[in-house]
Design a protein around this ligand. Structure first.
Ligand code: COA
Length: 257
């Protein structure tokens, strides 16, 4: 289990903290495995009624660890499969998931929020879907979920321009429920209310809320994955991801063959 995923359970609430603040909570493949295990435990354990996801330090999650992407880009490597297992697990999650977005949410740090049931953001939280920027394509079903939630034009703006936007903009777009200073306290208050509800009614309602979209989302994930892994090995992604790690601007012109 990853030391960077901290899990505790109290009064029916499972708190899952992404705890790698020095790397802005970037997710290594080991951390994906930790998140997946936590969500599976929530499904299987009747004492867990609701999950609260949160970050640490000044960040929620800066997406996939870019070093891992550079080192393990192949389709037959088991490591990326751990990321996909996390996506499949959060899509199929049986208990409500609440996110307390305490800072920057980028890449999968942002797309995982589309699968949460309630999302609270701190005033200094920010969001970004920078897949095109780094030579990749959308993942975690975001190519289907963002147009469904926001309409084609706003989804295109977020995915094609890949710009960062603030918590108030996310609230206006309907990506977060509320912007609150004490974001984890707000998420915990909602979690306590949910945990006091009748569990069977909760379980069925969560299932119904997600059921009409679930097949579409899973199909979108499959389509995305068919592109995502090969793209990781292409020159555009290699250049963009290496440039990030080397703290320089990417040069795509030099990489055209
Ligand atoms: N993978 C690996 N390391 C990451 C990372 C990631 N996704 N995001 C941040 N880090 C590391 C940085 O390399 C840096 O490490 P260092 O201290 O050893 O140099 C440290 O975390 C702090 O990041 P920094 O960029 O200096 O912080 P910032 O506050 O200026 O910016 C972000 C924060 C999240 C906006 C910025 O780090 C970022 O854009 N990260 C990449 C996001 C991304 O593209 N994710 C993947 C999309 S597929």
């Amino acid at each position: 289990m990853s030391e960077h995923i901290k899990i505790s359970v109290d009064e029916g609430i499972q708190r899952v903290q992404i705890a790698r603040p020095d790397k802005k909570n970037a997710l290594t493949f080991e951390m994906y495995a930790g998140l997946t295990a936590a969500l599976r435990e929530a499904n299987e354990n009747d004492e867990i009624l609701v999950t609260v996801l949160t970050g640490s330090g000044d960040s929620y999650c800066s997406g996939n660890d870019i070093q891992d992407f550079l080192q393990n880009p192949t389709a037959d490597d088991s490591s990326p499969v751990l990321a996909f297992a996390f996506v499949h697990t959060i899509i199929g999650s049986e208990k409500p998931v609440i996110a307390a977005v305490n800072g920057v949410a980028v890449g999968v740090g942002a797309t995982m929020l589309l699968h949460c049931d309630l999302v609270y953001a701190s005033p200094d939280a920010s969001f970004q879907f920078p897949f095109v920027n780094v030579g990749l394509c959308p993942e975690a079903g975001s190519s289907a979920l963002l147009p469904a939630l926001l309409g084609h034009h706003r989804a295109s703006e977020l995915l094609l321009l890949g710009e960062r936007f603030d918590a108030d903009t996310a609230k206006q777009m309907g990506l977060v429920n509320a912007v609150v200073a004490e974001v984890e306290a707000a998420a915990m208050t909602a979690a306590e209310r949910i945990a006091a509800q009748p569990p069977e009614a909760l379980r069925i309602t969560k299932k119904l809320l997600k059921s009409s979209m679930r097949d579409n989302i899973s199909a979108a994930v499959q389509r995305e994955n068919a592109h995502f892994l090969p793209m990781l090995k292409e020159a555009e992604a290699k250049e963009a991801l290496s440039a990030f790690m080397e703290k320089r601007k990417p040069d795509f012109s030099a990489k055209q063959s």
